[in-house]
Design a protein around this ligand. Structure first.
Ligand code: NAI
Length: 328
């Protein structure tokens, strides 16, 4: 068998952590031939809960699980890491200003970026799930000058999967028949779920849907506000679907996108589509050879342009706020 891959999960005792770790350990993240060694990072007061999860992981007797270590120190948790899933973050609580939110998260993702810089394996891949995910990924990358910036990514796969599911429900198509959906911009309410280039059963999605008003007035806000709708219905935020999207993101990164399709991921902009270079923004992406590529040369109509620009403007504001706070 091959050598175990070191997978570090932060926020391991949280909701998403609980939905994620068992799937990683069962082989769904990296495939059935790759053993994994889990490193769980938590804050000191949640280490005991992480130990409980580790006991349950043991009790699954997963053949691919080569070991579990639990840490409350980032330097140790990221030593030798190959895949880093940064889930733990400071959530926005009632009345919290954006500056406070960014400060709290800068205090988490700056040191974690530095720890990755100091100790990660050469092939490290980082997925930030904890919100504000794009800006947290950007902060971490700023603290990791020796790691190629392209290794820092933010999760918009949940938004992507939500968009595919909404289209399937509306048209009766199977999710497998829906291709080339794109999430642009920030993982926030300003994101732009774009079906301009999407196909359903090889026909243009817009034609199959046959209702432009539904696309702009129902589909887009339903996808963008789905997180709030889940909280409202469930009484807790989306965790299993978020964990599923994290699995999908890394699996696609490592194993590639299917021919003729693409997905969405928050990656460092190379200036494509007018997104300022260096920002972590969601794009239409393919993956091959373990690297993301932005899908080139798509026509962007005026309505799409305005929506992309609005979400990217929010990313620029977040970056400037982080700089003004002296967090990078
Ligand atoms: P949760 O509150 O259940 O768990 C978060 C865990 O992170 C807690 O156990 C906490 O102790 C831990 N944590 C906090 N600071 C830490 C640090 N410095 N190091 C290690 N662990 C730390 O939250 P949940 O539901 O698991 O969500 C986690 C994050 O994922 C949130 O920021 C949430 O907004 C975000 N999220 C992102 C989505 C996306 O699509 N990008 C979708 C859903 C959630």
């Amino acid at each position: 068998a091959s050598q175990p891959v070191n997978v570090t999960v932060t926020g391991a005792a949280g909701q998403i952590g609980y939905a994620l770790l068992f799937r990683v350990a069962s082989g769904q993240l990296l495939g059935p031939d790759t053993p994994v060694r889990l490193r769980l990072l938590e804050v000191p007061q949640a280490v005991k809960a992480a130990e409980g999860t580790a006991m349950e992981l043991d009790d699954c007797a997963f053949p691919l699980l080569a070991g579990i270590d639990i840490h409350d120190d980032a330097t140790a948790a990221f030593d030798g890491v190959n895949v880093a899933l940064l889930v733990g973050a400071r959530p926005r609580t009632a009345g919290m200003e954006r500056g406070d939110l960014l400060s709290a998260n800068g205090g988490i993702f700056g040191p974690q970026g530095a720890a990755i810089n100091a100790g990660a394996a050469d092939d490290v891949r980082v997925l930030v799930v904890g919100n504000p995910a794009n800006t947290n990924a950007w902060i971490a990358a700023q603290h990791a000058p020796d790691v190629p910036a392209a290794r820092f990514t933010a999760m918009t796969r949940l938004d992507h999967n939500r968009a595919v599911a909404q289209l399937a429900a509306r048209t009766g198509a199977s999710v497998d028949d829906i291709r080339r959906v794109t999430i642009w911009g920030n993982h926030s309410a300003t994101q732009y779920p774009d079906v301009s280039h999407a196909t359903i059963g090889f026909r243009p999605a817009r034609e199959v849907v046959g209702d432009d008003a539904w696309l702009s007035d129902t589909f887009i806000p339903t996808v963008a506000k789905r997180g709030a709708a889940i909280i409202e219905a469930r009484g807790a935020s989306s965790a299993a679907s978020a964990a599923n999207a994290a699995i999908d993101h890394v699996h696609t990164w490592v194993h590639g996108t299917p021919e003729g399709d693409w997905t969405s991921a928050g990656i460092v902009s190379d200036g494509s589509y007018g997104v300022p270079e260096g920002l972590v923004s969601s794009f239409p992406v393919t993956s091959s050879g373990g690297e993301w590529q932005i899908v080139p040369d798509l026509d962007i109509d005026d309505a799409s342009r305005a929506r992309i620009d609005a979400s990217v403007a929010e990313l620029v504001e977040e970056r400037e706020a982080v700089r003004a706070l002296g967090l990078v």
